[in-house]
Design a protein around this ligand. Sequence first.
Ligand code: ZN
Length: 70
Amino acid sequence: MASPKRNASKSPAAKPPREHTAEEIDNGVDHDKSKVECLCPKCGKKHVMNFHWIGRGTPRKYCQSCRDSI
Ligand SMILES: [Zn+2]
């Protein structure tokens, strides 16, 4: 029989919060950001980035491959 304790162990308290806090904020938690379509000024490719953009039009952002080659 499934024990209710299984659900309880899913709580975030099971994680050691100290070690991962900075990394998780950097990686995944982007409540402030949204997916924005950008145009790469180097290769002219359209790509999608996650960041906070309040402007209009298409922001000029280097795509992943051009960023790597900088
Ligand atoms: Zn590019």
